[in-house]
Design a protein around this ligand. Structure first.
Ligand code: CA2
Length: 147
């Protein structure tokens, strides 16, 4: 079964506890459970990982390459706008990835409109809340069919 790693960046462990108007009411556990079941329905082996630490996210990307992961779906959170290290890790693996954001970053502060990932992502989904992760998995399944 194709392996998909879902990576969540810093502070996303707080989902559902604060700022529900911006990020929705679902917890990260809710989102991960939904991704797991949606992935199963699509024939995908979905594994999720969240960290507040840049180095741990880099390590997890490198591990995904060693494990032979087929796709990565990543919400780098604040690291979207800062992390050359995480970008380099992703490019170093050559695993195709989709960038997801819960909020519409283009309708927010100017600094959120710079991404260290978008130019190398297969695609970017933002503004659809937790639904964005499902959409990303749908794309992965469709792309795998055409491979
Ligand atoms: O919209 C997104 O998904 C973001 O990646 C979320 C990041 C933000 O820095 C990006 O610009 C856009 C922030 C995640 C923080 O999540 C929280 C959730 C609940 C309470 C507090 C923070």
């Amino acid at each position: 079964m194709p392996q998909v790693l879902i990576l969540h960046g810093p502070n996303l462990n707080l989902l559902g506890t604060r700022e529900p108007d911006v990020y929705g009411q679902q917890t990260l556990a809710d989102i991960d459970a939904d991704c797991l079941s949606h992935g199963q329905a699509l024939g995908l082996d979905v594994v999720s990982f969240q960290s507040n630490s840049e180095g741990s996210l880099v390590d997890r990307v490198q591990q995904a390459a060693a494990d032979g992961a087929d796709w990565i779906v990543i919400n780098p959170a604040a690291y979207t706008h800062t992390s050359v290290a995480l970008r380099d890790a992703l490019l170093g693996t050559a695993i195709p990835f989709i960038e997801v954001h819960l909020s519409n970053v283009h309708a927010r502060e100017e600094f959120r409109q710079t991404s260290y990932f978008s130019d190398r992502a297969v695609g970017v989904i933002c503004g659809f809340g937790a639904q964005g992760y499902r959409m990303a998995l749908d794309v992965v399944a469709a792309q795998l069919k055409t491979d």
